[in-house]
Every structure is written in structure tokens, then in C-alpha cells.
Design a protein around this ligand. Structure first.
Ligand SMILES: [Zn+2]
Length: 77
């Protein structure tokens, strides 16, 4: 996994747009639960055509729990 120097969430998930609504593919609806309001604001990944996949806060937390709390120090082993 390539964690870049920026604090943006890594776009590591690729979503299959097959079966999704146009709103989901345009990032106007959550890719997980179809919710359009409040507007999904979490970038959880991208589609094969490089479009950003958006999800609401709840779903984003379930999909990518770690990047939302990057302030926490990395655990040492
Ligand atoms: Zn959602």
C-alpha cells in the first residue's frame, strides 16, 4: 500500500459502477446506501474511469475506518 505524504485519504478502493445509479457515479449519492442528502462528502475510492466515489460519513467509516483518524499516532511494534 502506498501511503502518500499528503493527508488525503488514499484512493485504494475501486468501485464497480455496474448497477449504480447515475447519481452515485457522479458522486452525488453515497455509493453504499444511495443516500443523496446530506450530500456524501467522504472520498472512499474511485471508479475504473477515474471518477471519485463518494460515500456518506457513516458508510465511509465502515469502508475505510483508519484514514478518518489520521491524527492518531501509528502504533509501534
Ligand atoms: Zn452511505
Amino acid at each position: 500500500m502506498n501511503w502518500g505524504p499528503t493527508r488525503t485519504a488514499p484512493d485504494m478502493l475501486t468501485f464497480d459502477p455496474e448497477g449504480m445509479t447515475s447519481a452515485q457515479r457522479d458522486g452525488e449519492a453515497c455509493v453504499v446506501c444511495y443516500k443523496r442528502w446530506p450530500r456524501p462528502r467522504a472520498r472512499v475510492g474511485r471508479f475504473p474511469d477515474d471518477t471519485t466515489a463518494m460515500a456518506c460519513a457513516d458508510c465511509a467509516e465502515a469502508l475505510v475506518p483508519a484514514p478518518l483518524a489520521t491524527v492518531v499516532a501509528f502504533p509501534t511494534r
